[in-house]
Design a protein around this ligand. Sequence first.
Ligand SMILES: C[S@@+](CC[C@H](N)C(=O)[O-])C[C@H]1O[C@@H](n2cnc3c(N)ncnc32)[C@H](O)[C@@H]1O
Length: 208
Amino acid sequence: MTDAVHHPIFARIFDRLSGSMEKEVGVHRDELLAGLSGRVLEVGAGNGMNFGHYPATVTEVVALEPEPYLRERADAAARHAPVPVTVRDGVAHPLPARDDEFDAAVVSLVLCSVPDPDHAVAELRRVVKPGGELRFLEHVRSSRPRKARLEEALDRSGVWPLMGGGCHCARDTIATLQRNGFAIDRVRRMDVGPSMLHTNPHVLGVAR
Ligand SMILES: C[S@@+](CC[C@H](N)C(=O)[O-])C[C@H]1O[C@@H](n2cnc3c(N)ncnc32)[C@H](O)[C@@H]1O
């Protein structure tokens, strides 16, 4: 499993920039995680930016991060988290977890980067208990046709995925969730930073 995802340059740039990016993204993390309880699986935890935002009702977070440099940073962040966080190596598909193992799962800015989003969401569905929930904060394809075509072209060109550690900007993540067994309970569409960015809009919500 080790080094299944290895983006050493992206990882270091992401880690360096994430502090300033949090001015835009961080304000949404409390909303992303509010009200969660029990055992939570976070997939693609990066350098652990969500950890400080978990509510005290969460008894354990198992945080998967496949990129070695980011996993090390996540490990360091876990030591200061307000709830117990265990950082592990692991990818989104297949998930190293048992069926129905978790009360909830969390993905933030991850389904854009996994190789097969349908497979990743089916795996999330498998490991979340019946009645459990998936919290998501993801950037998705624009609903404006011209911008969506530009985003698709960026993805196809390979340039953005190369710069963004495998990121794609034209994925329709809500449709992927619905196709793979989740019902959308709540969703809010918003921009993070300037609306013209190819990584806008974002969706923030709860699926069951
Ligand atoms: C843009 S970062 C987001 C990090 C973090 N979730 C956050 O909200 O700040 C994308 C993350 O997805 C991870 N990732 C990439 N491919 C993955 C895969 N196949 N399975 C799980 N995580 C993956 C990357 O290593 C990286 O940590």
